[in-house]
Structures are given as C-alpha cells and as structure tokens.
Ligand binder design. Structure first.
Ligand SMILES: C[S@@+](CC[C@H](N)C(=O)[O-])C[C@H]1O[C@@H](n2cnc3c(N)ncnc32)[C@H](O)[C@@H]1O
Length: 187
C-alpha cells in the first residue's frame, strides 16, 4: 500500500496503520461496515487485506461531504461518482447504503457485523447516535471503532468525538493516529 496513491481524504499514516490492524484481525469472509467513506481513502488503504481475505464491505454514506471543511462538500452526485471510481481503481466491490447513518442502521440485522468503523458526522450528538444505532448490529466479540478521537497530547482528533466515545463506550482504547476501538463482549 502506497499512501501517495490513495484518494484524497482524512486518513494519516497512524490512522491507516490502526485500520489495517483492525481489518487484518478479521477472519476470512468477515463482514465489515464503514460509516462515512467520503472518497474512499480509508477503505482503499486496506484494499489489499480486504481482497486477500474475502472481506464483505458495507458502506453507509449520504455523500453530503465533510461538513467541517466547507470546501470538501462537492456536489453529492459527483462525490458518489468519485467514491465508486476509487472503489473500482482499488478493486473493491462494496455494498453501498446511500443515506443517513441512523436510518440505514435499521436495514441491518442485529449481530451481523464483525467490524464497524465510524467516521461520519463528528458532532457529539451524532457520534452518540451512530454508536447507539450501530452497536446492536455488531456480533459479540466484534469491534466497533472510529476516527478522530482526540489524542491526549491534542495533536489529532476532536474533543466532540472523544466525549461521545468516553460517554458511550467506557473502556474503549486509542490506537495509532486518532483511531479508537472497543470490543463488544456482551449484549
Ligand atoms: C470525514 S468524511 C469520511 C472520511 C473518510 N473515512 C476518509 O478516509 O477520507 C465523513 C463522511 O461521512 C458522511 N456523513 C456525514 N454525516 C453522515 C450521516 N449522518 N450519515 C451518513 N453519512 C454521513 C459524509 O458525507 C462524508 O462523506
């Protein structure tokens, strides 16, 4: 994986290292979901592992874009097109549920996913809503994780994400970059 070749987006080296570890830990034929893909940078950074291990990938995105960065909210159709162009370039066959995260969670059965990665809206109330909507969809033993948890030295991440994750999932841990993770050990 060459970071220079990845699509534009928000994943740095530390984030990529963490996500690759999470995806590598999945069994062959595992099922993962990414909530918030934008142009697909985070997924493409793991494309070799996903393809080698026949991981099924679900994506939920409304393609509104990265609202915190007004220049990064292109036309929704264009963003969706760009996402699929990048999926094709990295040989990723993903199943897209286009729309709002919390609503789309209703289409998934409880306990059907091995890994859930949350990188959609970073508002505290939205991160809380995403965790509450998606956690039931995770298998016992599965991992829910996400991007932009504020690092203790303040160099990366968002206070809002940290506050939401600390409140909803005490016991979650920080990986490299600004990736948090939590293993579900009970309903
Ligand atoms: C920060 S970007 C994701 C970055 C991406 N993971 C990367 O590696 O570059 C957030 C994405 O989440 C999507 N999004 C934001 N709020 C959402 C919501 N409520 N439901 C679905 N998608 C949402 C946006 O359209 C955008 O594509």
């Amino acid at each position: 994986m060459n970071i220079e070749n990845l699509p534009d987006g928000y994943f740095n080296e530390g984030d990529i290292e963490a996500y690759r570890k999470l995806v590598s830990d999945l069994d062959t034929d595992g099922k993962m979901l990414e909530v918030g893909s934008y142009k697909g940078r985070s997924l493409c950074s793991c494309s070799d592992i996903i393809n080698a291990n026949d991981i099924t990938v679900y994506v939920v995105d409304n393609f509104v874009g990265a609202e915190a960065f007004p220049g990064d909210c292109p036309d929704q159709k264009e963003l969706c097109k760009e996402f699929f162009k990048n999926m094709t370039e990295f040989s990723l066959g993903v199943m897209l549920s286009r729309g709002n995260s919390v609503e789309k969670a209703e289409d998934f059965k409880n306990g059907c996913l091995d890994l859930i990665f949350i990188d959609a809206s970073h508002k505290k109330e939205d991160v809380i809503a995403d965790i509450r909507a998606w956690l039931p969809k995770l298998k016992i033993g599965g991992v829910i994780a996400g991007h932009d948890y504020k690092r203790p030295d303040g160099t990366q991440g968002w206070d809002s994400v940290k506050e939401a994750v600390d409140q909803e999932l005490p016991g979650s841990t920080l990986m490299t970059g600004s990736v948090w993770m939590y293993r579900k050990d009970h309903e």
